[in-house]
Design a protein around this ligand. Sequence first.
Ligand SMILES: Nc1ncnc2c1ncn2[C@@H]1O[C@H](COP(=O)(O)OP(=O)(O)OP(=O)(O)O)[C@@H](O)[C@H]1O
Length: 259
Amino acid sequence: MTPEAQKAFHQIQRKTGKAIGDFDLIEAGDRIAVGVSGGKDSYTLLHVLEALRKKAPVKFELVAINIDSGFPGYQKEQIEAHLLHHGFNYQMAATNAYQIIEEKLRPGTSYCAFCARLRRGSLYSQAEQHHCNKVALGHHLDDVIETLLLNQFYAGTLSAMSAKLLADNGKHTVIRPLVYTEETEIQRFSNAFHFPIVNCSCPVVAQEDQKRQRMKQLVHDLAREIPEIRRSMIAAISNVHPRHLLDKNYVTTRSHPHT
Ligand SMILES: Nc1ncnc2c1ncn2[C@@H]1O[C@H](COP(=O)(O)OP(=O)(O)OP(=O)(O)O)[C@@H](O)[C@H]1O
């Protein structure tokens, strides 16, 4: 590893370790399915978890899982070669998601959202087949704050992404160990480590989620004026005062005569 990659890696490891500690993301005996897409975030997640696994006092195991949704041209061989080269325990899982999307996608439904739902289902069933109790995803700090803004601006909810939650199937715990790591740190590490980046090759890949891109740009622009904006937004959702919001469920209805 080059000194630059080493430096970026240490920084990411430190932040990942803090997230693991803060949210009890990993316990002794865990078998964790790490979703690896071929993108920079999940490669980074896998390498950092492996480094932590090697030196952690608690024993846990990792299984890298790649879901091939079947889009023509998806260069999964490059992902597999990388996993093999680095000695990871892995599974490349082929699915017919592309065919299902083509047949079942209704007009007005988001292509990416439908595809992500199918992929998530396949990831959970692979996790089950490999006896994994947890599924780790590569969402990072910027994903969290962009989701926070998206939900406020477009969905009217105050929510983002949690570091740990029970999956919809009620069987697996989904963990996001990179929630404290900024995308620029991952990008720096990914560039220095020369990951073989593979995109999903889907028909809409060029028209990435426009709203998310807008949030990314907004944060980027504001960061010139408020350099600490990302840290501050993460701090904000780690320090919630529900009584000072307008959710009726959190309003105290009883009056306090002495206050
Ligand atoms: N094809 C896939 N196979 C396995 N896991 C996946 C796949 N696609 C996505 N994931 C998992 O879901 C996470 C979020 O997916 P998303 O599509 O938002 O990717 P992303 O933010 O671009 O991350 P990455 O850089 O890892 O692709 C990924 O980080 C990865 O852990």
